[in-house]
Design a protein around this ligand. Structure first.
Ligand code: SF4
Length: 164
């Protein structure tokens, strides 16, 4: 059975920077949970950051690939450099995914770790820009397809293809 890495906050875990969750009520996630497929994971917590914590954004609106390449930092709203924690969390996510043979992930859109299509632009003004989070970039660079919580139909189709 294919396992699926999923952002812990989508499964109700209160791991977000503000101490809350972003629980998804989607029936597909519930079904996958009941089948025992889901591996909930929060790269920021596993990277050593506390909850709650200051919001963080990738400087310059760069994507996660730039952070992985050492060309951009992840900065918290209080000005602290949290790049090392984000990189550590991304590596931990990849290690967990590999340990389960995972080829598919559903991650929270917009996050500087988990975003797949968009991240915030580094100005802390609530503006999104196209790009991936650090964990998403690392997973995809290693052959793991990442979908957002708004792409569950596509994720289900990819799961069917993997299991065909
Ligand atoms: Fe959710 Fe990912 Fe942010 Fe953790 S790092 S709170 S799993 S979006």
């Amino acid at each position: 059975m294919e396992r699926i890495l999923v952002s812990a906050c989508l499964m109700g875990r209160r791991v977000r920077y503000d101490g809350g969750a972003k629980t998804s009520a989607d029936r597909r996630l519930a079904a996958w949970r009941d089948e025992g497929r889901l591996v909930p994971f929060c790269p920021e917590v596993e990277g050593g950051l506390p909850t709650p914590r200051p919001a963080a954004e990738i400087e310059g609106g760069a994507g996660g690939a730039a952070v992985l390449a050492g060309a951009a930092r992840v900065l918290a709203a209080d000005g602290s450099d949290v790049t090392a924690e984000f990189l550590s969390g991304a590596q931990a996510a990849l290690a967990v995914a590999r340990s389960f043979g995972i080829r598919l992930a559903v991650l929270k859109e917009g996050s500087p770790s988990c975003g797949a299509l968009a991240v915030y632009d580094g100005t802390f003004r609530g503006r999104r820009t196209p790009g991936q989070g650090v964990t998403t970039a690392l997973l995809e660079a290693n052959g793991i397809r990442v979908f957002t919580e708004d792409q569950l139909a596509e994720a289900a189709g990819h799961l069917r293809a993997l299991e065909a």
